[in-house]
Structure formats: C-alpha cells, structure tokens
Design a protein around this ligand. Structure first.
Ligand code: 4NP
Length: 160
C-alpha cells in the first residue's frame, strides 16, 4: 500500500517502551478504522535484545488494558528506517540524539520526540522503566496513550 503512512517508535531496548507504543497505537488505529492507512513498527537503538519478546512487565501492563504485545520481537534501528517511515518517534532525548546523528549524516525523515504530540505538553520523555517497579510501566502506558491521541490527530490531518 504505497500511500500508507508509516510510523516507527524508537527506544533503547525495544522490549519496554516502543513495543508498548506500537501496541497502544495499533489499538487506537483499529478503534478509529485507520488500520489500513497507517503502518506501525518499533525498534531499539541498542542491540542487546534483538529477537526477544517484550519484557514480561510490559506485556502484563499492556494486557491489563486489553492490549496484546506478546507476539512482537525486538529489532535494532537501521539507517534505512529514515527512508521507510514518515514518522520516526523516539521515547527519550538520548534515543533522539542517537537517531539524529544518523539523520544528520544521511537525511530522510527527521526524528522527533513522541511526546511532542502530548496535547498538554508538560513532559517530553517517556521514562525508561527497565530498572524500576511496576508503577513505571503504568506511567509509560499513560504517557503513550495520551500522546497517541495527538499523533492520531496529526495523521488524520495528513490523510484529509
Ligand atoms: P526500553 O527499555 O528501551 O524501553 O526497551 C530498556 C530495555 C532494556 C535496557 C534498557 C532499557 N537494557 O539496558 O537492557
């Protein structure tokens, strides 16, 4: 589908935040009837977890909100992603700096912070929950859910 809009979520490991964003945003697209028009993927800047399923805590937290991310498998960001995706959205400023370095060398889609789409605009990073407790994963879901609404509105305007 050549006129599909493609969205890539990027974090460090691709086992906590970005697969959660992929699952949440895909659910929002299904609810909005836009699944055929928008493609979604996620990846990590690091290579430690390539091929792994999402962290058990992220799976549980998403499942508690009716979202299954258990089938996702981690992959690493690749420079071609900047050509293949229309939105390259990072979870924190370090992910942004890492992807931005590549964008400065080769161009393509300019990466942005996902939380640029938060309507309230009070936070700019999705905090890394990996070394914390379960409440960190709930916070990740709350921020991602809120920013997904803003992203959906931006995409709708593009599709119109
Ligand atoms: P993510 O979380 O970037 O949200 O997937 C992390 C996962 C793994 C590690 C760090 C963050 N790690 O250091 O292995």
């Amino acid at each position: 589908m050549s006129n599909q809009i493609r969205v890539l979520f990027v974090c460090l490991g691709n086992i906590c935040r970005s697969p959660t964003a992929e699952g949440v945003f895909r659910q929002r697209l299904e609810q909005s009837g836009l699944s055929d028009h928008v493609g979604v993927d996620s990846c990590g800047t690091g290579n430690w977890h390539i091929g792994k399923a999402p962290d058990e805590r992220a799976r549980q937290a998403a499942a508690s909100r009716g979202i299954d991310i258990g089938h996702l498998r981690a992959r690493q960001f690749r420079p071609e992603d900047l050509e293949d995706f229309h939105y390259v959205l990072t979870m924190d400023r370090q992910n942004l700096a890492d992807v931005r370095d590549i964008w400065l060398q080769q161009g393509g889609t300019e990466p942005r912070l996902f939380l640029d789409f938060l309507e309230a605009g009070h936070e700019d990073e999705v905090p890394d929950p990996y070394y914390g407790g379960n409440d960190g994963f709930e916070r990740v879901l709350d921020l991602i859910t809120e920013a997904s609404d803003g992203l959906l509105a931006d995409i709708r305007a593009r599709l119109d």
